[in-house]
Structure formats: structure tokens, C-alpha cells
Design a protein around this ligand. Structure first.
Ligand code: ZN
Length: 139
């Protein structure tokens, strides 16, 4: 049981449109998906880079987690997401290893994923996301 690969890196931005335009230039590839995740109060834009992804995150409300992150720390890297095969089993494994899993159960994430987060204090200041591809779109 282990984390499979870096699925994406999440970057908090003030303005999704201008940040997307810049990342299109930087990466030389177009954004392939813009998606809102209502539960997280966030709008996202995804770029694919050699099998990993960049996820730009823009707050939808002043009290959303991304807005609070930017208020405290400014724009920048917000989280690193690792792909797993079995979210529940990984959460249990990491809890038993002493990591603080922030969510009781997986939540719907962007880009057809179910996600869980580990507290940054568990991992030297880095917010870690675990994500698993949804088996179908009905979940
Ligand atoms: Zn993410």
C-alpha cells in the first residue's frame, strides 16, 4: 500500500483567468478543464504536464479555504496531491501511522476524483491531498 504518483500540484491564485493565461504560456499547453467544486468554495483550472497536472485554485467566496490561505500566505503552492488506489484503506493506514487526516470520509473533488486531506502539521507544513479516480460518475 503506497501513494502511486504526484497526481497534481494545487496552486492558489487570485484570478483564475489571468493565471490560466499565464500558465498556458508557461507550459505551452492549453487548460483542458475549468470546474467549480461548490463544497470547497473553489473554481479550478487544470493543465496536463507529462502525466502530472497543475490545478489552479481560485476562491469563490471570501470565507472559503483558498481565500483564507491567500490572505495569510499570498498566492502560491497550496497542496500536493497523490494518487491512490483505495482512499479509505490509505486513510486508515496513514491514521495508524500517526498522520492527521482532516476529513472523516472522502469528499468530492475536481476532475472526477474523490479526495481526502492530511493536516499540514502532519507533513512539515505541506497540505497533502490523497485522490482516487471515481469509478463512475454517479458517486
Ligand atoms: Zn487538488
Amino acid at each position: 500500500m503506497k501513494l502511486k504518483k504526484i497526481e497534481h500540484i494545487g496552486i492558489a491564485v487570485n484570478d483564475l483567468e489571468s493565471a490560466s493565461a499565464l500558465y498556458e504560456k508557461l507550459l505551452g499547453t492549453a487548460c483542458y478543464k475549468v470546474e467549480s467544486v461548490e463544497g470547497e468554495g473553489v473554481r479550478t483550472a487544470f493543465f496536463e504536464v507529462g502525466g502530472s497536472k497543475i490545478e489552479l485554485l481560485e476562491a469563490m467566496a471570501a470565507d472559503s479555504p483558498i481565500a483564507r490561505f491567500i490572505e495569510k500566505r499570498g498566492e502560491g503552492i497550496h497542496h500536493i496531491a497523490f494518487e491512490v488506489d483505495d482512499l479509505e484503506a490509505e486513510a486508515e493506514r496513514l491514521r495508524s501511522e500517526g498522520f492527521r487526516v482532516l476529513n472523516e470520509s472522502p469528499r468530492p473533488g475536481a476532475d472526477n476524483k474523490r479526495v481526502l486531506f492530511l493536516h499540514p502539521k502532519s507533513s512539515h507544513g505541506v497540505l497533502i491531498e490523497l485522490c482516487q479516480e471515481k469509478a463512475d460518475s454517479s458517486q
